[in-house]
Every structure is written in structure tokens, then in C-alpha cells.
Design a protein around this ligand. Structure first.
Ligand SMILES: CC(C)(COP(=O)(O)OP(=O)(O)OC[C@H]1O[C@@H](n2cnc3c(N)ncnc32)[C@H](O)[C@@H]1OP(=O)(O)O)[C@@H](O)C(=O)NCCC(=O)NCCS
Length: 202
């Protein structure tokens, strides 16, 4: 079976969304070791766990033609975290499905970069991959991430709120919110991808 996949990096005004490369390992581990970045996850990650995550993203890319892509700042070439699309792997009322996710080093927060990368990812997922619906979820207390979801046009229905099955009962990060977006919602607010977005059938 042929699958649509990202065959070249995707360019936005300020970012490149691309496949993972060896030089990402160190800055990715540094981001994952930062307690500010990992505030809404069980714990910061050690180097091995961080490297394993890159392998998981690469394997997902191989299998599905998309993943959580590495971000590179166009102006400086610096590693700027990840944004992209992933089949999520836990049982929930809204599974199976594809989620959009993001994680940036603190130095890249507050500039609209996560939203910029997310809009490009949504456009690729909904328009090129023809995914019928993309979801995003976060700990209910993760206000920054929820603002990204709202900024890129995703909608929340409180009846979708859920308890994350991978978190211990009564854990403060267990209550989660769910946001959704479908192709028709994109036309309300076009993505700010400028050039270089491409796909092929392999
Ligand atoms: C979630 C996360 C990616 C959000 O990053 P962010 O920089 O706040 O998000 P955006 O890229 O949308 O930037 C929006 C901010 O940039 C500001 N901004 C500056 N220039 C901007 C521009 N050109 N366009 C849009 N926003 C701009 C906005 O005012 C906004 O600031 P505010 O939230 O203080 O109002 C980041 O906090 C993060 O990596 N957190 C840790 C990992 C995590 O929790 N991931 C999500 C798990 S569900």
C-alpha cells in the first residue's frame, strides 16, 4: 500500500519541520531534562529515555509517513524542539486517532513558534494526509499548551474531558482536556506556511 509522507522538510516563516538527525540528540536531551519544560509530565527524562524517544519518532515516521518532527530555527539553524502528528497509543473514548503535539525549549517560548509549526502540521495532516480529525490533549492545568490549541483553531467540548489512563489515580496531571479539529475548521483560519511544503507518494 502506498502512503502519503513528508518527503522534504516543511518550511514556515521561521521554522523548518524535518526528520530527526544525529545532531538533535544532545539539544533534545537538554530540553527533556529541563523541569520547566516537563512540568506537565511525570518527570524530566534522562539521556537514554530521550534518545529512545527519537528512535520511536523515527520508527513512527517510517511506518506512517509522519511523526513529531524536529524543529529547526531557519535564521540560526538551532534545534527548537518538536511539533507534529502521532498515532496515540492508549485506550480512550476517542481512540484510535492521530494527535498533534509540541514541546519547545524554554528559550523558544513566547514567540508564536509552536503555533506556527502546529498550523503547518495541521495543514499537512488534514489536507495532504486527509486525516478526518486530529485531536490534541493536555493536562487540564497546562494553560500554555491549551492556548496553542485554541490559537490554531481547535475546539474543546467539556464532555470529552478524561482521566489519562497512563497516570496514577488522583495524580494532579491525570485530569486532561481534549481538543479536536477537522478539515472544514481550517478554512476559518489558514495556516501560515509560506513555502517548501511538499509531499510525495512512496
Ligand atoms: C506548550 C508550548 C509549546 C507553548 O509555547 P508558546 O511559546 O507559549 O506557544 P506559541 O508558540 O503559540 O506562542 C504564543 C506566545 O507567544 C506570543 N507571541 C509572540 N510573538 C508571536 C507571534 N508572532 N505569533 C503568535 N504569538 C506570538 C504570544 O503572545 C503568546 O504568549 P502568551 O501565551 O504569553 O500570551 C511550550 O510552553 C512548551 O513547550 N511547553 C512544555 C511542553 C508541553 O507542555 N507540551 C504540551 C504537552 S500537552
Amino acid at each position: 500500500m502506498t502512503i502519503a509522507r513528508l518527503s522534504t522538510p516543511m518550511l514556515t516563516d521561521r521554522l523548518i519541520l524535518r526528520r530527526w538527525q544525529a545532531s538533535d540528540g544532545a539539544p533534545f536531551a537538554s530540553m527533556n531534562a529541563d523541569p520547566r519544560v516537563m512540568q506537565f509530565f511525570p518527570r524530566p527524562l534522562d539521556r537514554q529515555t530521550s534518545d529512545d524517544l527519537i528512535s520511536r519518532f523515527q520508527a513512527h515516521d517510517e511506518a506512517h509517513g509522519f511523526t513529531l518532527w524536529a524543529l529547526e530555527e531557519r535564521e540560526t539553524g538551532a534545534f527548537a524542539g518538536f511539533t507534529g502528528l502521532l498515532h496515540f497509543d492508549f485506550a480512550a473514548p476517542f481512540s484510535p486517532g492521530v494527535e498533534i503535539g509540541w514541546r519547545l525549549p524554554v528559550a523558544f517560548w513566547g514567540r508564536g513558534l509552536a503555533s506556527e509549526a502546529a498550523r503547518a502540521s495541521l495543514a499537512f495532516g488534514l489536507n495532504v494526509l486527509k486525516i478526518a480529525e486530529i485531536v490534541a490533549f493536555a493536562a487540564a492545568s497546562n494553560a500554555r499548551s491549551r492556548r496553542v490549541m485554541e490559537r490554531i483553531g481547535m475546539s474543546r467540548d467539556a464532555s470529552d474531558d478524561f482521566h489519562h489512563p497512563k497516570m496514577p489515580r488522583e495524580h494532579p496531571l491525570q485530569p486532561c482536556v481534549l481538543y479536536r479539529i477537522r478539515p472544514a475548521d481550517l478554512t476559518k483560519r489558514p495556516p501560515n506556511t509560506t513555502s517548501g511544503r511538499n509531499s510525495s507518494h512512496e
